[in-house]
Design a protein. Structure first.
Length: 137
């Protein structure tokens, strides 16, 4: 990565998983076996890419993750998936990886949020202080 960008631990794992999926596709095509293992490796790689993104990357890391996701989608298409199914599978897996690394805010909260009633006017002042002055004749 350039300019000393952070490299989340999940990013090299995501790249390696894509390579594993390509090798598995080649092996399965030669032997005539089912392509489910290839699809599973792609899903795992997309999840790792999502986790890496949520752990913090900069410009080059984001570009790398985008390229990974494109490659994962293309590899799923090579296994016979329709384009929209391949894209959806990668998107869902990446989202699961993101949520695993950084759960949504509500999931991390230990108690319910109490809503305060809206107060008109500036904080700390009574609303009647903002009435226009009355004229005394």
């Amino acid at each position: 990565m350039q300019y000393d960008e952070p490299v989340p631990p999940a990013l090299p794992d995501a790249v390696a998983r894509l390579g594993d999926a390509v090798r598995e596709l080649k092996r399965a095509c030669k032997s005539g076996e089912d392509l489910d293992r290839t699809r599973e490796l792609v899903r795992q790689g997309a999840e790792l890419a999502g986790r890496a993104w949520s752990q913090g990357v900069r410009a080059y890391g984001e570009a790398m993750i985008s390229d990974l996701r494109t490659g994962q989608s293309e590899l799923l298409r090579a296994t016979g998936c329709r384009p929209e199914d391949a894209n959806g599978t990668v998107r869902r897996a990446a989202g699961a990886g993101e949520a695993e690394a950084r759960p949504p805010v509500r999931a991390r909260m230990s108690r319910p949020v109490r809503r305060r009633p809206a107060v008109r006017g500036a904080p700390g002042r009574r609303p009647d202080m903002f009435r226009p002055p009355t004229r005394v004749a």
